[in-house]
Ligand binder design. Sequence first.
Ligand SMILES: [Zn+2]
Length: 94
Amino acid sequence: MPIYEYQCQACGQVFSHFWRSIKAADEQSAPVCPQCESADTQRLVSQVTVLGSLGGLTPEEKKAENAYYEKLASITPKEQIEKFRAAKKKEKGS
Ligand SMILES: [Zn+2]
């Protein structure tokens, strides 16, 4: 389950919100500030923590979550993977 960090634009409070799935976090509106109850909160994009397994999700949510992880994985440069593979081949070959 993803936990996102939010910052309140009204009072500056930073807080974590626990979502059922990444899809829910993306589609639902941001949670209100626990300190001043302002709805003017903004997600801090760099902060996401995923806890536990994918249990309890609908197939659609699982798909969305998998897509998210694939996106993360695709950050690895292709060249780096090729280099890694070439090095492995070399090891085995000689
Ligand atoms: Zn606030």
